[in-house]
Design a protein around this ligand. Sequence first.
Ligand SMILES: [Zn+2]
Length: 192
Amino acid sequence: MNRFHDQCNANSTMHLHSRRGIVIALASAAVLSSRPVFAAADGSPEDQQFMRMAIDEARQGDYAFGAVIVRDGQVLARGRNLGKTNDDPTAHGEMVAIRRFLADRGSAALRGTTLYTSGEPCVMCMGAIVWCGIGRLVFAASVPQVGAKMNQIMITSAEVAARSSFDPITITKMLLAPPVQESCQENVKASW
Ligand SMILES: [Zn+2]
């Protein structure tokens, strides 16, 4: 199991703020949502298998982000970042996977699926995930980890979910996430 460590001096403030934000968001979710928004630190062996597929997609992306959408143990769509290839800043791995799914199967089939992504969704992707009624999100690297490496909108998926109580989602966070210890940025870069 990967854990979120506080020892990283360079980013400790950001991480502490983030952890606090997650706690606040989850607490808010319990109030706002009729169904719980749940975040866990680990997942099943099947979860790990699908996350490795998402990470494999990430390795082939223009930027290192990939996603797979799963239902009943079957991968129904894959996506990787195609921002440069398509000259499309919205072509994040999650968006590519969602668009492929919609093109092949339609929106009704997308509801209640699980989306695995190598990096916690940005607000654009998390908004799309909520609007599409995806039932469960599993991510590896967190927004703070991604934000330590590149530009990122520093709003967590839990914060978005907490404010989207019309369509609750289960979140499993930091599954197979890179370790964050003394040298955060180097570990994030080297882990995959
Ligand atoms: Zn995104």
